[in-house]
Design a binder for this molecule. Sequence first.
Ligand code: MN
Ligand code: MN
Length: 291
Amino acid sequence: MFSHNKRLQYTVRVSEPNPALASLLLEQFGGPDGELAAAMRYFTQGLAEEDPGRKDLLLDIATEELSHLEVIGSIVAMLNKGAKGDLAEAALEEAELYRSLTAGGNSHTQTILYGGGPALTNSSGVPWTAAYIDSRGDPTCDLRSNIAAESRAKIVYERLIAITDDPGIKDALGFLMTREIAHQKSFEKALYAIDDNFPPGRLAGMPEFDSLYINLSTGPGDVDGPWNSGPEWERLDGDEAMQPLDGGEGTAKVSLPPSQLETLKALATRTASDPDSDPMTGAELGSADAE
Ligand code: MN
Ligand code: MN
């Protein structure tokens, strides 16, 4: 069960209203790498998790992400507070109100449509979607995805910190960014706490292909590194890279029942192209050279 603690996880001190900045910060409220996406990602994974350690970790972090949602949403609400009142009470001259709402980004939508409250959209106003969550129900897949999600969230916070000079907002965003670093660390530890974590799943790969690097790009610019060369790797270069890897013909076949074979032949006959034809086309008729 959930219980709400009225205090925020980190104190929010916003110097002055700024609707344009508020709309940019929505990226971390309802965007793909935002806090709602993070909370839902770990909450749904946690509910289905079998391992007691990972279940505990996922639900702790999911709950913390909701606390982050509350912090970032509170910053947005503070930044919009002035505009919200001005619009609700029509406190300014029309032109002045218009100017204050259209200061940048989608700040006017945030005020006119959402009344200055934090909306579950990204910074361009695109509604939040469950399609942001890419869990697959396999712990090694999902932990790797969580590690990537935390690193993305960290970078987006870094960018948001770069666009504001409000010290209170910088401080709170710095806290939220730092927590994503801690989460990335926990998820990495949890991944490597699974003894057999690579490759994901139960089946081993085919040994002749699972450490094979295929150099399929031609032209200058080939670079060797530990990702494609060295004792871990076999390599195929040049013409060798262009062969069917099973040693077969590289064709696609299927055995069809005779009735389906007949139908396909009829289709092929009916739609056969005549290489000797030279039909007049509409394009030619419409061209200046047409007779
Ligand atoms: Mn977070
Ligand atoms: Mn996180």
